[in-house]
Design a binder for this molecule. Structure first.
Ligand code: C2E
Ligand code: MG
Ligand code: MG
Ligand code: MG
Length: 285
């Protein structure tokens, strides 16, 4: 928004005004046509069970390419999709794709899908999930929904009902990025999550005494609530050993495996670490 003040033109940047944001209009327009033009796809990142050392499941992560081929990160396009409403169609596409891509195979037990609270508020979400599970003859227990606490959302009766409808289908409900927003504690108070994912910033801060204590405090809070704990952002062997020591249930991160295309799932894994390294060095050369 530009304002003329006397002889000078003062341009005020307002992050809440979509008009004044650099490329969000492009992104919004691209999101509208993304499904028909095949501009979105999913990648899957493994989730490791710390006790068994095996891959318990995978998380589906959305990717977007613009028409000119440039990739836009989800942290950039998801907020635009939420604001413009495109998230509802894209989210349904993701659920359908997850059911088709991977739940039709028995190599991966559980696939988690990120859902925006806006999707949960949209009437018919749980019945869409039910219909899609039925269409692919997939058990609800093989799906988990990750809800981010970072997004501002008033937890009203609609959201609570939607979550209990999803659980009635046998699906799990997880709280994502725990500790990054202000809402996490009230979410925990109102909803029985199966698993809480601790945001990777807490693991990354654990190299200081202060950070380590913070992480341990969060872990004991969650343990007292009786939820399973997944820690995100495991990037080194030291991180993994610490998580073993702390008795964390599941871990996820670049050290365990990077997000990979669906085709890899057909081979059972989901990218062992050594293989991820090889692929990375190939990419560099
Ligand atoms: P998230 O659900 O917390 O996903 C984890 C993010 O951390 C992913 O980024 C993943 O690639 C990245 N990551 C995984 N391991 C590591 C690690 O060891 N170190 C570091 N530094 N990063 C790691 P990505 O794919 O860019 O996604 C960002 C966020 O976008 C997601 O955070 C999620 O909130 C949102 N998102 C992604 N796909 C979807 C979707 O289909 N629907 C919705 N509503 N949101 C999505
Ligand atoms: Mg997630
Ligand atoms: Mg997360
Ligand atoms: Mg996130």
């Amino acid at each position: 928004a530009a304002k003329a003040t006397g002889r000078n033109t003062v341009v005020v940047f307002d992050p809440d005004d979509p008009q004044s944001s650099d490329d969000s209009e492009d992104i919004a327009a691209t999101l509208k046509i993304a499904l028909e033009h095949g501009l979105v796809h999913l990648v899957y990142q493994p989730i490791r069970n710390v006790q068994t050392g095996k891959t318990d499941g995978v998380e589906a992560l959305m990717r977007l390419r613009m028409l000119d081929g440039t990739a836009v990160p989800p942290d950039r396009f998801i907020p635009v999709a939420e604001r413009t409403g495109s998230i509802v169609k894209l989210g349904r596409w993701a659920i359908r794709t997850v059911c088709r891509d991977l739940l039709a195979t028995d190599l991966v037990q559980v696939a988690s899908v990120n859902v925006s609270p806006i999707e949960l508020k949209t009437p018919g979400f749980a019945s869409y999930v039910a219909a899609t599970l039925a269409e692919f003859d997939v058990a609800g227990a093989r799906l988990a929904f990750e809800i981010t606490e970072g997004v501002e959302l008033e937890i009203d009766q609609d959201v609570v009902r939607c979550i209990s409808d999803l659980r009635a289908l046998g699906a799990q409900v997880w709280l994502d990025d725990f500790g990054t927003g202000f809402a996490g504690l009230s979410w925990l108070r109102l909803i029985d999550f199966d698993t809480v994912k601790i945001d990777r910033s807490f693991l990354h801060d654990s190299n200081t005494e202060r950070g380590k204590r913070m992480l341990l405090d969060i872990i004991s809070l969650l343990r007292n609530r009786g939820v399973k704990i997944l820690v995100e952002g495991v990037e080194t062997i030291e991180h993994q050993l610490l998580m073993q020591q702390y008795g964390i249930n599941q871990i996820q991160g670049y050290y365990i495996g990077r997000p990979a295309p669906a085709a890899r799932l057909e081979t059972g894994n989901v990218l062992p670490f050594s293989m991820a390294r090889k692929l990375d060095s190939k990419r560099l050369s």
